[in-house]
Ligand binder design. Structure first.
Ligand code: ADP
Length: 766
């Protein structure tokens, strides 16, 4: 065992605060710092974009320059150094490639990021004195060629012999796929049969991410569930086969959040600070937010928010489908975001003044106020590699309502009404009715059981989403690649300097719930409305299904202590053994219902289908849902299926078969759809009024709730778990109908959501 520290080069196309377009930027901005705190030496390599603020560029120090060969080219590469918080940043400088207004979206992205990857690899020879790279950690397709170059061009050099490569998938939908002419012209690899073969994804194309999956020593993704999901055709975006083949080196490590920046006890951007120990400030935040957004200022209305890209991935189809039911059922909704569904959101805000608000913009300060002021946070994603928003929401005591997919599944423990455990409300299938049911499970609890609600809020706030946990897991992974390097933290390191959190937010282990509010004495119109409108949503209706839910051992309060043990080598060698509460929970769940998962969802896997068949999907997933009936039961049954792969395949096929007719129905007649369609938009106006495609399309799915459709589809999809589900499901259309009649029909035609681009395996991050 050497005394050498673990020395890691972390390559990413973005890193906050220099450049960030999404979660990757957050991760590259926070994880390296956490790795340094965990005992590693870290150099982060990022392109030196023209958009990096001068406050940073002015402080950069030029440390090296050299030329990088790229096919027949020889390109200049400068290394500019900046050290912040113990992390060394080396910016890769080449103005031709990077001095532009935006990180991605250019015709030559393939060349730009091939250069970046080659430059990163070449740079390992020019690192600061004393830094000898042990692990080259690459992230997403922009850096995917580095492991390929390293093995094909540099392997023989002594310096590179010991370098192990890790590749992290932050979103498998973006892979970097290009015409294979690039293989010779830019990569200079056409003459290397192994490389050409492993990069090629079809007769005419090569795929950068595929290369990384083949060449890297270890592969990670950002949540355990996503690690499993991407091995299925539904989520794998064509790379599932390779991932299954390499599953022995694939693992999922949850992202964390910046618990300093997101801290309700100290957040300067919110109306009043609060902590788990004293929640009074949250009420003030809610009232202030309602006022700011033009919503009715009343505490008897649960306020549910979304802060998100308004895209299909984020479940906006389900949202537009179910909003009438939700809003007319007494729940306030506020959305902050931009994207393909801006018009539908404006439509609902106009239709339900005082109950619905839409802010179509990117506004960080407002997002803080929304996380703080809301009661619930909606995140019904189609797929979600990890997701940060739900973790932020929980930190602010705002209970998430999420679909059980990817990181959402791993971070939100479903409420268990018998034990009081859980940190939010969840649903399994990509289905608007199920989402609505979950929303009203939350709303009912908010209205009917203040003590249970408050306890849930405490649970959520006590969950540990700090980077410390993730960093320890990455350190263990690195240690597995370099067992000779001791990753035990040096003793003198001051034991976990409590991350400057004065209040008891973290330490508050499930404090006794505040005394239940005096039962809703006033007219409590909301609950009533809801009761009328949501006959199937009451707690009793949920009881059977919930009862069978594997009790979420959500012991979020404790965690860090155990985690720290990591340092010990034994633990280090068995990272799996040191999972956090949340991870454990997930792991259990994953083990219990893999097949159900596979069957249930039909994410954006096939691009074409993804763009068009909302209705088809809704129908398909819905029926599957039926099959899943009481989730736990069905899950258990399905879990027994021998091969995940085959199970998934079956599911895919049947889903597809089903999808076709459903879609046909959807596209064919918007107006003549029964149930919800009619409900949403009374009368002849329906076709126009129904909020765009999503809602309209989903309608047939709804209609299909009528027995015939449901059962036939159910047959096609899921064989296990009989289509029993009835209770909640059967009631839904009715409820929806009631909702709609309660809702004031709007005279404004529903705006159309822009069609979602099918650019699945595109090269751009966003
Ligand atoms: P993504 O897939 O977009 O990366 P995440 O949940 O991982 O989703 O992260 C989204 C981050 O972006 C969160 O911090 C969220 O608060 C923030 N965000 C998204 N949309 C907006 C917006 N319109 N205004 C402010 N912040 C936003």
């Amino acid at each position: 065992m050497s005394d050498k520290k673990m020395q890691v080069v972390f390559a990413s196309a973005e890193a906050a605060p220099f450049v960030k377009t999404g979660g990757l930027g957050d991760v590259a901005g926070s994880l390296p710092r956490a790795l340094v705190a965990a005992g590693a030496d870290v150099i982060v390599m990022v392109p030196k974009y023209g958009t990096i603020a001068s406050e940073y560029t002015d402080r950069m120090e030029h440390v090296a320059d050299f030329y990088v060969s790229l096919g027949w080219r020889n390109e200049y590469c400068g290394l500019e150094r900046l050290v912040i918080d113990g992390v060394t940043y080396l910016f890769i400088d080449n103005e031709r490639y990077f001095k532009r207004d935006y990180p991605y979206g250019f015709f030559d992205d393939g060349e730009r990021f091939a250069f970046f990857s080659k430059a990163v690899t070449e740079s390992l020879q020019h690192l600061p004195e004393g830094f000898q790279c042990d692990v080259l950690h690459c992230n997403d397709w922009h850096t995917a060629l580095a492991p390929v170059f390293l093995r094909e061009f540099y392997q023989g050099l002594p310096l590179y012999e010991r370098v192990k490569t890790v590749f992290s998938i932050h979103n498998i939908a973006f892979q970097g796929q290009y015409a294979d002419t690039i293989l010779n012209d830019i990569l200079g690899m056409a003459h290397i049969p192994n490389a050409a073969r492993q990069l090629r994804c079809d007769e005419r194309s090569i795929n950068y991410m595929q290369g990384a999956l083949d060449y890297s020593d270890a592969i990670t993704t950002v949540s355990p569930s996503y690690a499993w999901e991407i091995q299925t055709p539904e989520y794998g975006e064509g790379l599932d086969g390779i991932l299954r083949r390499r599953s022995n080196v694939l693992s999922g490590i949850l992202n964390g959040i910046d618990t300093d920046a997101w801290n309700p006890a100290t957040d300067p951007m919110i109306h009043a600070n609060y902590s788990a120990a004293d929640m009074s400030g949250k009420k003030a935040c809610k009232a202030a937010l309602q006022e700011e957004l033009g919503l009715e200022v009343r505490d008897d209305r649960p306020l549910m928010v979304m802060v998100t890209r308004l895209t299909r991935q984020k479940g906006m189809d389900l949202v537009t489908y179910a909003l009438d039911r939700i809003l007319s059922g007494g729940v306030q909704v506020a959305v902050l975001g931009t994207g393909d569904y801006e018009e539908p959101m404006r439509y609902f805000a106009n239709k339900y003044p005082g109950t619905c608000a839409a802010r179509i913009t990117f506004d960080n300060a407002l997002s803080h106020r929304m996380y703080a002021g809301a009661d619930m946070f909606l995140m019904p994603s189609l797929f979600e590699p990890c997701g940060l928003s739900q973790m932020i929401a929980m930190r602010y005591g705002t209970l998430p309502v999420v679909r059980e997919t990817g990181g959402l599944r791993d971070t939100v423990a479903p409420y268990n009404q018998f034990t009081g455990e859980g940190t939010g409300f969840t649903f399994a299938n990509f289905n608007g009715d199920e989402m609505g049911d979950a929303v009203f499970r939350g709303a009912r609890l908010y209205w009917d059981d203040h003590a249970a609600w408050d306890q849930l809020v405490q649970n959520a706030m006590a969950a540990d989403f700090s980077w410390v946990r993730s960093a320890d897991e990455y350190m263990n992974l690195y240690h597995n690649l370099h067992p000779e390097i001791d990753i035990t933290k040096p003793e003198p390191v001051v034991a976990e300097p409590e991350p400057a959190e004065p209040t008891a937010v973290e330490a508050e282990p499930a404090a006794p719930a505040p005394a239940p509010e005096p039962a809703v004495t006033e007219a409590e119109p909301a609950p009533k409305t809801e009761q009328a409108a949501e006959p199937a949503d009451d707690a009793k209706a949920e009881a059977p299904a919930k009862a069978e839910e594997p009790a979420p051992k959500a012991e979020p309060a404790k965690k860090t202590a155990a985690k720290k043990t990591t340092a010990s080598k034994t633990a280090a060698k068995k990272p799996a053994a040191r999972k956090t509460a949340a991870t454990k929970l997930t792991a259990t769940k994953a083990a219990e219902k893999p097949a159900a998962k596979a069957t249930a969802t039909k994410p954006a896997a096939s691009k074409a289908a993804a763009t068009k068949t909302t209705a088809a999907k809704a129908t398909a997933t819905k029926t599957t849902t039926k099959a899943t009936a009481s989730k736990a039961t069905a899950a258990k049954t399905t879990a027994k299926k021998p091969s995940t792969a085959s199970a998934t395949k079956t599911a895919t096929k049947s889903t597809a078969t089903k999808a076709a007719p459903a879609k046909a129905a959807a596209t064919k007649t918007t107006a003549d759809k029964p149930a919800t369609a009619a409900a949403t938009a009374p009368k002849a106006t329906s076709a126009k009024t129904a909020p765009k495609a999503a809602a309209a399309k989903t309608a047939p799915a709804k209609a299909s709730t009528s027995k015939a459709a449901t059962s036939s589809a159910a047959k096609a999809t899921a064989k296990p778990a009989a289509p029993k589900t009835t209770a909640a499901k059967a009631a839904t259309p009715k409820a929806a109908a009631q909702d709609s009649s309660a809702a004031t029909p709007t005279d404004k035609p529903a705006p159309k959501a822009k069609s979602v681009s099918a650019a699945k395996r595109t090269t751009r991050k966003r």
